[in-house]
Write a protein that binds this ligand. Sequence first.
Ligand SMILES: [Zn+2]
Ligand SMILES: [Zn+2]
Ligand SMILES: [Zn+2]
Length: 249
Amino acid sequence: MEILFLGTGTSNGVPQLCCNCDTCASTDTRDKRLRASALISVNGKNILIDCGPDFRQQMLTHHITSLSAILLTHEHYDHVAGLDDVRSYRAVDVFAEERVNRALMKTMHYSFSANKYPGTPELKLHEISEYIPFEAAGVEVTPLRAMHAQLPILGFRIGNMAYVTDFKTLPEKTLDQLTGLDLLVMGTLRFKPHFSHLMVDESLTLINRLTPKQTYFTHMSHDMGLHELAEKELPPNVRLAYDGLKIKL
Ligand SMILES: [Zn+2]
Ligand SMILES: [Zn+2]
Ligand SMILES: [Zn+2]
């Protein structure tokens, strides 16, 4: 199994429009953060986690010509706005909670109505529920509940890897299922507090409890600061992911 970080930025991306802070102005490629998304490759199949507004650019950059399944954490636009571009791929299985599927059927009604508009993407929606494992492209995935402030969303565990972003708190049952991990990918916005995302201190507290072998932060804002400087504040088993980073498991 391999994970490719397609995007590691928060909803604004980095650089953020109309901002000229040190991070947004940085020439370090690791400070260019497209909207958060990851590609899991296993047994020659590609599984995408989230499909944000940078999907098209991410697929072009990494020459991804096949897609078997898409797992959606939640319906915020920085996680689903690229779905229309999935039209270039064959029919793709999309796995999401009932509420998220309903939201997509509303925003992309032309793709899901009985007389589907020709040429729009072939998205096969599958309903998944917290803690009930399902199979995507032949791989077992366990959806884990996470709380994005008051919005219940999902994280995903695949083997000894878990990807959980856009959350502020995790129920005990999820914490129990995040043990024994080789890799934890965790949404962490910045050093300062935020109402619906983890800040660095909160993430480190959680990591101390869960003790994954390695943790990578994703969904980072420009307020995380420069990649090079921010990493110096972290223990060696906690790193900032960056766009294009590949990890083999
Ligand atoms: Zn987000
Ligand atoms: Zn900035
Ligand atoms: Zn969100």
